[in-house]
Design a protein around this ligand. Structure first.
Ligand code: KIV
Ligand code: ZN
Length: 520
């Protein structure tokens, strides 16, 4: 396909903003930076790094990304009010001329009447004022009429035109509640192009939510009708049912270039690694049958399919796994591999660890190689990501012993360290995991309710490491998630739970639990 400039679709990644708004998926500063570095490797055009007014942590995250990440533009979100816009301007400033302020204001009748209690004229006035103020700080200003898909089209056109006249350089059309269907949403974009001649001078993005499972389809309908930017997240992470999934929409345009004639600059071979990283750092598990990056996405179980694939790959495979960075279970290192080979391999996998972290990672690798014959890329990814996770360590696991089996009462003895103090206790449970988690609760003086528990094997073989992902509710509403891996699944469960306990204790003490400001 000849890549014409007018057919290039901008990829605006909002994993660190809308994705991070997903309950239980919050990330610390180091984790955000790690995701941002990987997004830069993936070659996204714009990283929306956060909502700076939302919390000091969000502000610091946006500022750190703006300082460190080179390449993509760095955007921050702001409601259409001076305090938000000024705070956002300060946070994105280190990105220099790659800084973007993204202002939004709801425009639909339902939001005007019940949330904002504002007439149409006031909405236009506030949008214009907000865009003008943002333009005083940066050249690159994006305006989003929130709930655009449920806004009267003529009024939507009026607001967008006013925002462009005020200086907006990108107009983003959000399907905030995931209500749109593809024909209608594509039609809305065509309508806006028809009724706002000025739209041809700015970039038009769309931002689709997945409440009806149509976020990707709606985004494709929009680009078919002239939009040239798609806002999306890795693994489709986001509030409620999530956002448009980056990997799906990018691979749809790539695989069906014949149907769309569009292209992006995404390095698709980085997709799988990015997906794993985000899943690991947020604790949000990717479902096995998820398109593009799920464990089953390229697994052909049925005999008739396997036979076809062996004869000619394209009989049943529309994309090659290697195109999205799935290299298979490649044997990489063994027990006798030295530090140098280990460090080189981690570097090749894209990890940037300090010397101290590298040493810890190497020790963990040697321990693993003692227990497990073959070490694969995915094992190394798990080791590196576990070390990189920005985890508060109030308590660390010092010792764990469980006894369980048919006819015995499952019992756990746990020893935790808190600074120099060693605390030991024991409890029974209805299984070894329950017993271990209950003992941790007793020692830490907390009571967590397990909302989700999932266990996935990182690689194949019986000796594979198990990766446990948890979501825990402390104090009725303080949600945290955690992940850990080990060849012993009870140990992985205890470590993942301890990560949650530590995060809860730190957030609770500091009062830093993030609450998204009300959208008004
Ligand atoms: O879904 C939405 O409307 C948003 C806006 C802030 C763009 O996230
Ligand atoms: Zn959104």
């Amino acid at each position: 396909m000849k890549k014409k400039t007018e057919n290039r679709v901008i990829i605006f990644d909002t994993t660190l903003r809308d994705g991070e708004q997903c309950p239980g998926a919050s990330m610390g500063l180091r984790e955000k930076l790690e995701v941002a570095r990987q997004l830069a490797r993936l070659n996204v055009d714009i990283i929306e790094a956060g909502f700076p007014i939302a919390s000091p942590g969000d502000f610091a995250g946006v500022q750190a990304v703006a300082k460190e990440i080179k390449g993509p533009r760095i955007a921050g979100l702001a409601r259409c009010v001076p305090r938000d816009i000024e705070t956002c301007a300060e946070a994105v400033a280190p990105a220099g001329d790659r800084a973007r302020i993204h202002v939004f204001l709801a425009t639909s009748a339902i939001h005007r009447q019940y949330k904002l209690k504002k007439a149409k004229e006031e909405i236009i006035k506030q949008s214009v004022k907000g865009v003008k103020l943002a333009r005083k700080h940066v050249r690159d200003v994006q305006f989003s009429p929130e709930d655009a898909s449920r806004t009267e089209p003529d009024f939507l056109a009026e607001v967008c035109k006013a925002a462009i006249d005020a200086g907006a350089t990108t107009i983003n059309i959000p399907d905030t509640v995931g209500y749109a269907v593809p024909d209608e949403f594509g039609g809305l974009i065509a309508y806006l192009f028809e009724h706002i001649p000025e739209l041809a001078d700015v970039t038009v993005h769309v931002h689709c939510h997945n409440d009806l499972g149509l976020a990707v389809a709606n985004s494709l309908a929009a680009v078919k009708n002239g939009a040239r930017g798609i806002e999306c997240t890795i693994n489709g992470l986001g509030e409620r049912a999530g956002n448009c999934s980056l990997e799906e929409v990018v691979m749809a345009m790539r695989t069906r270039a014949d149907a769309y004639g569009l292209w992006t600059d995404i390095r698709t071979r980085e997709l799988y690694r990015t997906s794993r990283l985000v899943s690991q750092l947020t604790g949000m598990v990717v479902q096995r049958n998820k398109a593009i990056v799920g464990a089953n996405a390229f697994a052909h179980e049925a005999g008739i399919h396997q036979d076809g694939i062996l004869k000619e790959r394209t009989t049943y495979e529309i994309m090659r796994p290697e195109d999205v960075g799935i290299t298979g279970t490649e044997l990489v290192l063994g027990k006798h591999s030295g530090r140098h080979a280990f460090a080189n391999h981690l570097q090749k996998l894209g990890f940037k660890l300090s010397a101290k972290e590298l040493e810890t990672a190497y020790r963990n690798f040697v321990d693993l190689a003692d227990k497990k014959k073959n070490i694969y890329d995915d094992d190394l990814v798990a080791i590196a990501q576990e070390i990189m996770r920005d985890l508060p360590s109030v308590f660390t696991l010092d010792y764990l012993h469980v006894s369980a089996g048919t006819g015995t009462v499952p019992t756990a003895t746990v020893r935790l360290k808190r600074g120099d103090r060693v605390i030991q206790d024991a409890a029974c449970g209805d299984g070894p995991v329950d017993a271990a988690l209950k003992t941790i609760d007793r020692i830490a003086g907390v009571q967590g309710r397990l909302l989700d528990y999932s266990l996935q094997a990182i690689t194949k073989d019986k000796d594979a490491m198990g990766e446990v992902s948890l979501r825990v509710d402390f104090n009725k509403g303080h949600l945290v998630s955690g992940k850990a891996s080990s060849t012993d699944i009870v140990e992985a469960s205890a470590k993942a739970y301890l990560n949650c306990v530590n995060r809860f204790l730190v957030e609770d003490r500091a009062g830093t639990r993030k609450r998204t400001p009300r959208r008004k």
